[in-house]
Design a protein around this ligand. Sequence first.
Ligand SMILES: Nc1ncnc2c1ncn2[C@@H]1O[C@H](COP(=O)(O)OP(=O)(O)O)[C@@H](O)[C@H]1O
Ligand SMILES: [Mg+2]
Length: 234
Amino acid sequence: MSEGSIFQLRVEAVSKTYGDHHVNAVKDVSLNFQSGEFAALMGPSGCGKSTLLNLMGGIDRPTSGRVWLDDKDLSALSDEEVTKIRGNRIGFIFQFFNLLSTLTVIENVALPLELAGRDGRECQKQAIEMLALVGMEKRVKFYPSQLSGGEMQRTAIARALIHRPTLILADEPTGNLDSENGKAVLELLQSVNREFKPTIVMATHSQEAASYADRIIEVRDGIVFGDKQKCSLN
Ligand SMILES: Nc1ncnc2c1ncn2[C@@H]1O[C@H](COP(=O)(O)OP(=O)(O)O)[C@@H](O)[C@H]1O
Ligand SMILES: [Mg+2]
């Protein structure tokens, strides 16, 4: 089943029911993603986008169904194994950036490599490289509180990229930005996708944000009811 699939990420008949109130956040969703795709999960607040992303990234486990990343069934692995896969292959970007306020920009970006036990100098070098890529090279010694929202998100993108993930999961990455900074972040994600070819799955309630993706998956009330590939213009 897992061997030789052309898909990098497969969500197979996945459902997620939360707690005592039996909220069916995701209902029997199946989706396949090819390596290098830029896809948007689009739908209104509460439709299950974050739940789906968390299932895809192994942050959460499905009530039923399976999630495959390459040859690994995330739903069948131990927490420890999933954490390891996340550390090697997946980068997360969040609406509220989730930077550590007591660390500088460069320390935030280097942190995933340092946690993976990499040499300190190497971590710094790579962090500077990533910060240059996102246009933050002049802010390396700043603290998050000294940055604009757009700068915080660009820092968070550098952090998500530093271990060269093959999958990037972005949850409302422009949800807390004004339209100008939002546009810059979306253009950055698009260029990262084109240049480094990670698969990107981005959750958004905004049609405008979704239009930057090459595929738009519409989610309503826990189900997928539309899945359209944009015609390539180049
Ligand atoms: N931890 C949780 N416990 C209970 N219900 C939850 C939890 N997380 C999400 N939900 C519910 O699941 C549904 C989908 O939520 P979510 O995936 O966050 O939607 P979206 O990201 O599209 O706004 C909502 O009804 C929400 O209230
Ligand atoms: Mg959400």
